[in-house]
Design a protein around this ligand. Structure first.
Ligand SMILES: [Zn+2]
Length: 315
């Protein structure tokens, strides 16, 4: 992929959008009343509160819980897609350049996105995983970015968010603190609930096998071994050797179930399931919340869903 062309194309696009807005503003005489009102709102940033853009839906939900009515939150990677290798579309660049801040996970999850976006926007990029104790990827040279799958880390994310939001919007301090405190209480309850639920799974069966080994942080918190056909989506995916390693492992450990993610090609786990006769006990959420109607539209709901699927499959 030619990043230079993309950056140039999107710079032109943003410039074009900017001048179009100016034309509309000057020509309000021809617009109907509703249209005129909207134009005025768009240019009156104080009324709108903070405009936040973030990289993917899980962070989008966490930020929404804290910001409440004091701003708007958009995310880049659509639900169903994964954030490791997502290729931005033109509207994504607009979302970032229009924002007061672009919140990312960090731990190199959105490296691809930052590297192209920083060329076309002045918007500040803030990583909200700051302070997380990173777990390394296989080989040890890089960190695993999936820190949000630990509820304890999610609480740290929220604390980082509150600090940053207050810096940007000091008048909102009491609102942000109140929202964050309420949300952190819910997260602490979730953490306790998970600890209680996983007790149902015999210790020797506490092994999570999925396509991408994304549950390392979750596993460290709640006493699970975790395995993936591959270690991370941005690396090699689903070679025959990777699949046969997992097939052997599932057979050796006599696991009652394996799992598959909502954001990953499911063929590989189906192959593992076929070759081992071990069922896929259900879909789990790692890199995105669920779509509307899934019952997993929020971070808390997706974690509850995952735990229910793990317990049902492995107990
Ligand atoms: Zn992932």
């Amino acid at each position: 992929m030619d990043w230079v062309s993309i950056v140039v194309a999107f710079s032109l696009l943003i410039a074009a959008c900017g001048s179009e807005e100016t034309v509309q503003e000057d020509g309000t005489g021809t617009e109907d009343e509703a249209g005129t009102d909207e134009e005025v709102d768009v240019h009156d940033e104080n009324d709108e509160g903070l405009t936040i853009t973030t990289s993917f839906s899980i962070l989008g939900d966490m930020i929404s819980q804290v910001i409440g009515d004091r701003g708007t939150v958009e995310y880049i990677v659509p639900i169903g897609d994964e954030p490791h290798e997502y290729e931005p579309v033109p509207s994504d660049f607009q979302k970032v350049s229009d924002a007061d801040v672009f919140y990312v996970n960090g731990l190199d999850l959105e490296e691809w996105l930052e590297s192209i976006l920083t060329n076309v926007t002045e918007t500040e990029i803030v990583a909200i995983s700051e302070g997380v104790t990173a777990i390394p990827l296989e080989g040890g040279d890089e960190d695993d970015p999936h820190a949000w799958l630990s509820v304890k880390n999610a609480i740290l994310y929220v604390e980082n968010l509150v600090d940053d939001l207050i810096k940007r919007d000091p008048d909102g301090e009491s609102v942000y603190r109140e929202n964050a405190d309420a949300y952190i209480t819910q997260l602490e309850e979730l953490d306790t609930w998970i600890e209680e639920e996983v007790v149902e799974i015999p210790e020797e069966k506490r092994v999570i096998v999925v396509s991408e080994n994304a549950f390392k942080y979750f596993g460290a918190d709640y006493g699970f071994e975790t395995e993936g056909v591959w270690d991370i989506n941005s690396h090699a995916e689903g070679t025959p050797q990777q699949v046969s390693r997992i097939v052997d492992l599932v057979n050796d450990l006599e696991l009652p179930a394996v799992f598959v993610e909502t954001t990953v090609n499911q063929d590989f786990m189906e192959q593992v399931s076929n070759e081992t006769n071990v069922p896929i006990a259900g879909e789990v959420y790692t890199d995105a919340v669920g779509p509307e109607g899934s019952g997993a539209e929020t971070y808390i709901e997706m974690m509850q869903h995952n735990v229910n699927v793990f317990v049902e499959g492995l107990k």
